[in-house]
Design a protein around this ligand. Structure first.
Ligand SMILES: CC(C)(COP(=O)(O)OP(=O)(O)OC[C@H]1O[C@@H](n2cnc3c(N)ncnc32)[C@H](O)[C@@H]1OP(=O)(O)O)[C@@H](O)C(=O)NCCC(=O)NCCS
Length: 181
């Protein structure tokens, strides 16, 4: 699905554009996601695990934009991609009441309200598709993300201890959250 372009105002007064990532921006999107994964331990991959090439990323964007069950929204600031989020709607009879979301924003753009704006749009998409539950996973200790999710009506449902292990051996607990629509 394509998310039509929408201009938003950030907390610092700057304008940003939310829209589906363009196929021509595949290289930039891939670099953005790799950078984001190197800036925090709260994303589930290390940068080197994004071992796909630009052609594969291009094909992924193409598939996503044609998909009936997934939508990606990238945030463009001054033509540069500052972050990206995605919602995947359940497609089977037993899962089509639910959707899962994920989000990553480059560190230099944290705390500007991009995440909040993206969550408003993701929620609207879910509502328009008759979704009853939006779900996500967040790593324990990710206070900024938890603040964003709680503000948007997500509640903790359960915890998965030792879900991830960092290179230094530190274990991370995944917190599973849901929002009822
Ligand atoms: C988590 C993330 C998506 C949030 O997006 P964002 O654009 O920075 O979020 P926003 O600016 O819209 O909102 C952040 C909120 O957290 C609050 N916040 C920031 N740091 C905080 C902290 N340490 N403790 C509690 N609240 C905090 C902010 O005040 C703001 O709340 P407000 O709007 O009520 O003032 C983004 O920072 C990010 O991509 N981080 C790295 C990747 C990641 O963690 N992804 C999520 C994986 S589950």
């Amino acid at each position: 699905m394509i998310f039509e372009e929408k201009t938003i105002k950030l907390k610092n007064g700057q304008e940003a554009i939310l829209k589906s990532p363009a196929v021509e921006d595949a290289e930039e999107l891939l670099n953005m996601v790799k950078t984001a994964c190197g800036e925090t331990d709260f994303l589930v991959r290390y940068p080197e695990e994004w071992d796909i090439n630009v052609e594969q990323e291009r094909a992924w964007i193409e598939r996503l934009n044609l998909s009936e069950s997934s939508v990606a929204i990238a945030c463009y600031i001054g033509g540069r991609i500052a972050g990206n989020c995605q919602i995947d709607l359940g497609i089977r009879i037993k899962t089509r009441h639910s959707a899962r979301v994920g989000i990553s924003i480059l560190k230099e753009y944290w705390n500007l309200g991009i995440g909040s704006a993206m969550f408003c749009e993701l929620t609207e998409i879910a509502k328009s598709r008759g979704i009853k539950i939006i779900e996500l996973g967040v790593i324990d200790g990710n206070e900024r993300a938890m603040a964003l999710y709680k503000k948007n009506g997500f509640c903790e449902v359960c915890r998965r201890p030792n879900a991830f292990m960092l290179k230094n051996g530190e274990m991370q607990t995944e917190i599973y959250m849901q929002k009822k629509l």
